[in-house]
Design a protein around this ligand. Structure first.
Ligand code: ARG
Length: 557
């Protein structure tokens, strides 16, 4: 409703201010009693050389529309009550017509590349990787809801000197069968052992360097081991992705760019951007440390691979936008990367965005991954699912498909806990809190959805056009929220911020539960099917919001 009202205000101002700008200024009054929409006239005062009050009254006189019920001028504000009946019937009609397409935008066209998850081969999937996976997946879904095609890329950490160490460690202490049975755990074990031994035995590092060199030179035995480590680790990562319901379009990781870096380094040289510094090649940058391109021995680095990847993806996908979903400890890396690309003369560097995020804490402390002491994501998920299962046993023993529902609820809790806060915040990992059916949790939203589903079943639901009078006063806060969904879908993309969708789903759940507490739905009267149709509309939107976050909505739980 903000949009049509903004258009009315714009007309009242003789189109001297575009509706889009007016819409951005519009607010929600602090109290419901003041109105549904407020428009502050303070910034207009300067432009029109009149006091805010005068401008507000002038606009008020001209706001004649069936959409508007009442307009009050308070201070420099225009407080507007909309025609609730009209908005209610419109919104619900739209949702019932469009179903899960409600809120879908056609504004986006073309590809959006999302670089996310990107764990390192032979290393455990860390909590940071979990955050990247969950945030990246939600962003990809949100991009699609906005009309874009999402290209989901897992930029695997599958190259680097650690493979030299792993090859040496494997030859010394490796157990083929054990690795096949539990690849990442076993590889980590021998990797840790390598580091312990290397503290006293310097020759180990020498051997590792030589092994990595032979890998880079394409030695067959080294390559075969590398490939095996990669495939085995990937298989283990896949079980996590399956559990989370996540897929990728490409697993082109760092190694994929081995044969694509000469060209980039050559281009940098040609453009006069490479400078020699202590035998290494760097690109000098303003206001930040130089970006290291090749080491003294000619070996390329993480940044070189990212440069090659950006060039390759630009050609391959013509992306409108690229999101790199990586923890904020890599901020400098991405700043340097984007700056180098800008210096190369590519205006599309402005379309690259580092979508950073904070840390995952446990009891206020960082979860450590050093020295083999790790919190394994697989364990965390298993624990969440176990807790969900216990809840079901307690509350709803007769539930069908307990295993499936426990998985949906456990995994949903972990994902929602991650996405409900602004991504830059550090988040605390408390299983107990995130599983609380009454807290600000995934299970709470899922539970609201399941409750509606059971209402529909009990009430023998038949979809019906909704009349405002059927619903009662507590419906209005719900309607106002539902009406906002398309805008929230848009904003959460523009700001790369899935938390807006998560918070929205909490608000809708809370508003609907309040409605439900005050209204009898399953009463045999003329309004029953309309009230159920209203509940159904809420369910449609809740399910869609959850699915954008990557969370399932079971019908029963
Ligand atoms: N593998 C890296 C890590 O675990 C993350 C890669 C992020 N993506 C990128 N294009 N650099 O830290």
């Amino acid at each position: 409703m903000n949009k049509p009202i903004a258009e009315l205000i714009s007309t009242a101002l003789n189109n001297e201010m575009p509706a889009s700008e007016i819409e951005k200024l519009m607010e929600k009054p602090k109290m419901m009693e003041l109105g549904d929409v407020a428009f502050p006239c303070f910034t207009l005062a300067k432009k029109f050389k009149k006091s805010p009050q005068v401008i507000a009254s002038e606009i008020a006189q001209q706001l004649n529309s069936t959409l508007i019920q009442e307009v009050n001028v308070v201070g420099g504000y225009l407080n507007i009550f909309v025609n609730q009946q009209m908005v209610t019937e419109n919104v619900l009609q739209t949702i019932l017509r469009e179903k899960d397409q409600y809120g879908s935008m056609q504004t986006g066209k073309g590809n959006v590349v999302i670089d996310y998850s990107s764990p390192n081969i032979a290393k455990p999937f860390s909590m940071g990787h979990l955050r990247s996976t969950v945030i990246g997946n939600a962003l990809a879904n949100i991009a699609e809801k906005n009309g874009y095609n999402a290209v989901r890329i897992n930029h695997l950490g599958d190259w680097g000197t650690q493979f030299g160490k792993l090859i040496v460690a494997y030859k010394l202490w490796g157990d083929k069968e054990a690795i096949e049975a539990s690849p990442i755990g076993e590889l980590l074990k021998i990797y840790v052992k390598f580091h312990e031994r290397a503290e006293t035995d310097e020759s180990l590092n020498e051997q590792a360097r030589a092994s990595f060199k032979s890998l880079e030179d394409g030695d067959e035995e080294a390559l075969a081991l590398w490939k095996w480590f990669r495939d085995a680790s990937l298989k283990e990562f896949e079980t996590i992705y399956d559990l989370l319901g996540i897929r990728f379009d490409s697993y082109a990781g760092e190694a994929f760019y081995n044969d694509k870096m000469d060209a980039v380094v050559g281009e940098l040289k040609e453009k006069g951007l490479l400078a020699l510094s202590d035998g290494a090649y760097v690109v000098q940058l303003e206001d930040m440390p130089p970006c290291l391109i090749t080491k003294t021995d000619g070996a390329t680095l993480y940044a070189t691979r990212d440069l090659a990847a950006a060039m390759y993806r630009k050609k391959q996908y013509e992306a409108k936008k690229t999101f790199y979903v990586v923890g904020n400890e890599q901020s400098l890396h991405f700043k340097q990367l984007f700056n180098v690309i800008e210096k190369m003369g590519y205006e599309w560097s402005k379309d690259l965005q580092h979508v950073a995020f904070g840390m995952m804490l446990k009891d206020g402390k960082k979860m450590s991954t050093r020295k083999g002491k790790v919190v394994l994501l697989a364990d965390v998920l298993a624990e969440a699912i176990e807790t969900a299962k216990r809840n079901i046993e307690e509350k709803n023993q007769a539930l069908e498909q307990k295993e499936l529902v426990a998985r949906q609820v456990g995994v949903g809790a972990v994902i929602f806990n991650d996405l409900k806060n602004n991504r830059m915040n550090d988040i605390d990992f408390s299983l107990e809190q995130m599983m609380n059916f009454e807290g600000e949790t995934g299970p709470y939203v899922q539970y609201t959805y399941a409750r509606i589903s059971s209402l529909l079943e009990k009430g023998d639901f038949k979809e019906q056009a909704i009349q405002y009078d059927a619903l009662g006063e507590y419906a209005w806060p719900v309607i106002q929220l539902l009406e906002q969904y398309p805008i929230i879908v848009q904003k959460s993309f523009e700001q790369a911020d899935p938390s807006q969708i998560a918070k929205f789903s909490l608000h809708v759940s809370r508003a609907f539960n309040k409605y439900y507490a005050h209204s009898k739905i399953l009463v045999e009267d003329e309004w029953k099917q309309m009230k159920l149709s209203f509940a159904f509309s809420v369910a449609i939107v809740l399910k869609d919001a959850l699915s954008l976050l990557g969370i399932s909505a079971p019908n029963k739980m």
